[in-house]
Design a protein around this ligand. Structure first.
Ligand code: UD2
Ligand code: MN
Length: 361
């Protein structure tokens, strides 16, 4: 009995204290609510609530304070970026744009301006499909000197042809400066080395300036084996000239060309260098593949033998030594001086000093 009043008194005191504390809490909460720092039932906003708030604030154009998660412009830019960077699908294995054999035109009045106008999507000599990722990145290498009209005809046909094939490509003109004997093979080695400074191309097309492909099913891509694309041309009745013929236009992957140490540098003047490359390919136990005859058709613009590209009388002797020479004479021994690299819209022009044949030293 004596204990009861004490307990009663103690409990009442505690109750008073608790009531006081509660009153203080309610007062503080009401004060905070009135000052706007707290909303009822939102003492700790969840992340979802934060995002929802941010979204509605962005819509209302409100959340512009620097400390905010995003400003409205940033959010819009992020959205645009996401749309831009959506990964493109690979281009189909067979392009739907191919049109098969097409009539070619060689108009004397054709101008570079017109060809540029027809190929607005090409810039700095390079193109890639807008809406898919090309199956291969291809560098077309063209050895050149004093054949401006042929070059114009080739650019006119080759650009739309390669675009129909949905390739990522660039066209390199390797221009031999000076009047010394022409050296097609060395220029092509230089083209390979210079093009790789721009991009790690998968595939290289070694292309005469005067050969225009007639059928866009003749794909400018590289295969498991080196490819010879000129099965026949107008002036030879569209027949293969001889069994091991490897001239005109060939396609070797970056690795295949490296494996054979490129072309020889020592063939000055006309002939032999194409056979040497075929021998290098065979020495590496690779074989040559070709498209069907109906597809590998070219028109060669008529021309006479150029001054400065006289028949190479040494070619048979050189050809008998390919198996000894291929390791020493090629990409690994190709010395030259780059005089200029220009990038007009439709091609990359590399002008080089390649020296002269040793006998005239
Ligand atoms: C054949 C081959 C060619 C090459 C050559 C022997 C074909 C279709 N072509 O061509 O690939 O093996 O024999 O070297 O079989 N060039 C110039 N300016 C010159 C000289 C040559 O630009 O002053 C370039 C040009 O790209 C030309 C290429 O070198 O297409 C080959 O020379 P060509 O056309 O005179 O020789 P051609 O038709 O007998
Ligand atoms: Mn020719």
């Amino acid at each position: 009995m004596g204990l009861c009043p004490t307990v009663y008194r103690f409990t009442r005191k505690t109750k008073c204290l608790l009531l006081l504390a509660l009153c203080l809490c309610v007062l503080a909460w009401v004060a905070a609510f009135i000052s706007g720092t707290v909303k009822p039932f939102e003492l700790v906003p969840t992340q979802v609530q934060k995002w929802e708030r941010m979204g509605s604030e962005v819509e209302a154009g409100l959340n512009t304070e620097p400390g905010g998660l995003y400003t409205p412009t940033e959010l819009l830019q992020t959205k645009e970026k996401e749309e831009e960077e959506l990964p493109k699908a690979p281009c189909p294995k067979k392009s739907p744009l191919l049109r098969g054999p097409l009539p070619l035109s060689f108009e004397p009045a054709l101008t570079l301006g017109r060809v540029e106008g027809e190929n607005g999507a090409v810039s700095g000599g390079q193109y890639q499909p807008a809406d898919c990722v090309a199956q291969q990145s291809v560098a077309v290498l063209i050895p050149h000197r004093n054949r401006e009209k042929h070059l114009l005809y080739l650019l006119h046909h080759l650009h739309p042809f390669l675009q129909r094939q949905q390739l990522h490509y660039a066209i390199y003109i390797i221009h031999q400066a000076g009047e010394e004997t022409f050296n097609r093979a060395k220029l092509l080695n230089i083209g390979y080395l210079e093009a790789l400074k721009d991009y790690s191309w998968d595939c290289f097309i070694f292309h005469d300036v005067d050969l225009v492909p007639e059928n866009d099913h003749n794909l400018y891509t590289c295969d498991q084996q080196p490819k010879h694309l000129v099965v026949g041309r107008n002036s030879t009745g569209y027949k293969l000239r001889y069994k091991g013929y490897f001239g005109g236009v060939t396609a070797l992957s970056r690795q295949q060309f490296l494996k054979v140490n490129g072309f020889p540098n020592s063939y000055w003047g006309w002939g032999g260098e194409d056979d040497d490359l075929r021998k290098r390919v065979e020495l590496q136990r690779m074989s040559v593949v070709r498209p069907p005859a109906a597809i590998g058709r070219y028109t060669m613009v008529f021309h006479q033998r150029d001054n400065g590209n006289e028949v190479n009388k040494d070619r048979m002797r050189l050809l008998s030594k390919t198996s000894d020479m291929w390791k020493k004479d090629g990409l690994n021994s190709c010395t030259y001086q780059t005089l200029s690299v220009e990038r007009p819209p439709l091609y990359i022009n590399v002008t080089v000093n390649i020296g002269k044949p040793p006998s005239t030293h």
